[in-house]
Design a protein around this ligand. Structure first.
Ligand code: PGA
Length: 251
């Protein structure tokens, strides 16, 4: 089955309007000049910039997403953003369960699952993040941890259209370290197998790798079986750094 890759950038808590607008415009221009765009390309800016970035990219294939959403549609949740609000601002995707959310905000699998369900209910595509810590990898628990996270964070009603899974080893995020290609392939094959027991169109689900993806390692990672794209942090902030990664999905 051919799966259309997704190359996604997560700007995290970085970006003010002027500089971010210029970077997004530069990325949209590069995409406009590409011969073929055989992958989906997404930028998830901070919530304050979603509307503006969606306006800038409205005539581009470039899509905009949120980095998190609340599980509820509305209500007394100071500081939170609902999936419907993200959609209203122009987002088409929402990342949920990023390890920084799981760690900084104590998000459990149950919370992540509820957020993914809220994203889908609002008409967004949910990118559900999973990944083991260094301690878990070193004690040989990686595959068990991934199975637990995939099973218990997967939204009810997940399909290949509305759900993406991102494997991001916690120890590889922002560290410059990546697992070996063999280790990435092993986890991705394992996730595919887990998903096959949970949904009927598991073969079509985009499985992203994330954690220190950059121009110099993207092609090798993207060529692996069951790797259908990337979730990129630091190297997505500048169009010139992100573009070589996007190019690995264009072909
Ligand atoms: P990084 O972040 O590319 O800076 O390692 C990846 C992520 O957290 O999504």
């Amino acid at each position: 089955m051919t799966v259309r890759p997704l190359i996604a950038g997560n700007w995290k808590m970085n970006g003010l309007a002027d500089e971010s607008s210029a970077e997004l415009k530069a990325l949209a221009d590069l995409l406009a000049n590409a011969d073929t765009v055989a992958c989906d390309v997404l930028i998830c800016p901070p919530a304050t910039l979603i509307y503006q970035m969606a306006q800038i990219s409205k005539d581009s294939v470039l899509q905009i997403g949120g980095q998190d959403c609340h599980a509820n549609v509305s209500g007394a949740h100071t500081g939170d953003t609902s999936a419907a609000m993200l959609k209203d601002a122009g987002a088409t995707y929402a990342i949920v369960g990023h390890s920084e959310r799981r760690t900084d905000h104590g998000e459990t699998n149950a919370v992540v699952k509820a957020k993914a369900e809220a994203a889908i209910a609002a008409g967004l595509i949910a990118i559900v993040c999973v990944g083991e810590t260094l301690e878990q990898r070193e004690s040989g628990e990686t595959l068990a941890v991934i199975t637990d996270q995939v099973k218990n964070s997967l939204p009810v009603g997940a399909t290949a259209e509305n759900t993406v899974i991102a494997y991001e080893p916690v120890w590889a995020i922002g560290t410059g370290k990546t697992p070996t290609p063999e280790d990435v392939a092993e986890v991705h094959a394992h996730m595919r197998k887990d998903l096959a027991g949970l949904m009927s169109d598991a073969d079509g689900v985009r499985l992203l790798y994330g954690g220190s993806v950059k121009g110099s390692n993207a092609a090798e990672l993207m060529a692996l079986d069951n790797v259908n794209g990337a979730l990129v942090g630091g190297a997505s902030l500048k169009a010139s750094d992100f573009w070589p990664i996007v190019e690995t999905g264009l072909k």
